[in-house]
Design a protein around this ligand. Structure first.
Ligand SMILES: C[S@@+](CC[C@H](N)C(=O)[O-])C[C@H]1O[C@@H](n2cnc3c(N)ncnc32)[C@H](O)[C@@H]1O
Length: 250
């Protein structure tokens, strides 16, 4: 895992100080390895020696995110069905492994209120910045109101957060493809975040917190989490969603 570094030159000083304090980042003045930096008023993740990698950021407002927001599969999408958003729109969902917030965006776009739990300082800072921009943009301001960041290990958050309707888990899973073929962003993520060795331990506290269900996203080839069989499986295009039911959604 990389040192959670942030290049503070060229950044507004007060914002850099806030991010350093809030996420325990290490301020640096010269690029090295993976680091956060300021690019056209956005916080991005960059690698000093991999210029072709491209910047990684959380962007709830444009490109693919915007398309999904406007035209996404809606409540019939596999993730929506798995979470029960086809039965009740305003669910309170804890996304305990938020990553770059793509799944959280889909859930919030469909009407859920989502708490995004992330323990990696650099990823959490990217989420914070994505939410800041989403709050400031008229197109996404309402959506941003339904998303809240919680910078914490999930094992802590799942015991401290108020009860939720659904807990959503998408821990890192070792990619099956040879490393050269793995998508660039995926490779970056594995470098920065490492593997989630404690993923199995999340299921029990997730089930204790969720009123209705726990949903676990897995690659199609992966074993079930914690060797515990789900009551329901919803197949998506590239993944499946294992659903552990506590109570039916009325
Ligand atoms: C596969 S990514 C999630 C991708 C996310 N679903 C999305 O749509 O962007 C897994 C993320 O969960 C985070 N994570 C894994 N285990 C965690 C834990 N126990 N507590 C908090 N965050 C965790 C990792 O740091 C990583 O950012």
């Amino acid at each position: 895992m990389s040192l959670p570094a942030i290049l503070i030159s060229d950044m507004p000083a007060d914002y850099a100080a806030l991010l350093v304090t809030q996420f325990g980042l290490a301020p640096i003045t010269a690029a090295s390895d993976w680091y956060l930096c300021w690019a056209t008023d956005q916080l991005v993740l960059r690698h000093a020696d991999l210029p072709k990698q491209g910047d990684i950021l959380v962007d709830f407002a444009s490109g693919a995110a915007s398309y999904r927001r406007q035209f996404g599969g809606g409540k019939d999408e596999a993730i929506a069905k798995a979470c029960g958003l086809n039965k009740k729109r305003d669910l309170q969902i804890v996304d305990a492994t938020a990553g770059l917030g793509r799944d959280a965006l889909v859930l919030a776009s469909l009407g859920a209120r989502v708490t995004l739990v992330e323990r990696n300082p650099m990823v959490a800072a990217l989420l914070h910045d994505g939410l800041r921009r989403a709050t400031e943009a008229p197109l996404t301001a309402e959506l941003a109101k339904r998303m809240q960041l919680c910078f914490s290990p999930a094992l802590v958050a799942l015991t401290e957060l108020p009860a939720a309707d659904v807990v959503y888990l998408d821990p890192m899973f070792p990619p099956r493809e040879k490393s050269a073929l793995v998508k660039k962003e995926m490779r970056a993520f594995h470098d920065v975040v490492g593997s989630d060795q404690d993923a199995d331990a999340l299921l029990a506290p997730a089930l204790a917190l969720a009123k209705y269900r726990v949903v676990v996203k897995r690659p199609g080839y992966a074993d079930v989490l914690a060797q515990q069989a789900p009551q329901l499986q919803v197949k998506g295009k590239n993944n499946r969603f294992d659903v552990y039911i506590n109570q039916a959604i009325k």
